[in-house]
Design a protein around this ligand. Sequence first.
Ligand SMILES: Cc1cc2nc3c(=O)[nH]c(=O)nc-3n(C[C@H](O)[C@H](O)[C@H](O)COP(=O)(O)O)c2cc1C
Length: 163
Amino acid sequence: MIDPKHFRTVLGAYPTGVCVITSVDAAGLRTGLVVGSFTSISLDPPLVGFFPDKRSGSWPRIAATGRFCVNVLGADQLDLCRRFASRADDKFAELAHGHSPAGLPLLDNALAWIDCRIERVEDIGDHWLVVGAVEALDSRAGGTPLLFFRGQYHDAVEIAQGV
Ligand SMILES: Cc1cc2nc3c(=O)[nH]c(=O)nc-3n(C[C@H](O)[C@H](O)[C@H](O)COP(=O)(O)O)c2cc1C
């Protein structure tokens, strides 16, 4: 039997980046969810994935749109991370943002964005595995990623400099 607290502590030693998965439905209702579980899966065909918790309120709304946009957060975007990791009804309230080529919410100054069509969803334990077929993507020059490690946020530069 694996103790859940021990599981979280040990897995927290594996650092992740932080992304906001966004989408919008036909009525214009925008949805966003912070994930640390985003990963590149395949180059040919181009596939990426992430693991939403089965208790996520945002995921069913994103799933219904059939699409999502991955917004990779920079170290200076902790405010956006907190906003989209909340369970607020409207996480986009008073937030200006752009749009990806697919028309999905694109957060200003994200380090990278990836437009995807939902290719498949697998039932895995207490999470879903969502696989997205990449339709368009780009990254901006400069910036350092927001990192999550041992339960805390970090700036990659700060870690490199031993701050
Ligand atoms: C750094 C970080 C990483 C997270 N990674 C995930 C994840 O991979 N999958 C997930 O379902 N939730 C993850 N969460 C939690 C969700 O962001 C949070 O539970 C969610 O926003 C709840 O809102 P919802 O009910 O609208 O989905 C993470 C939160 C943080 C702060």
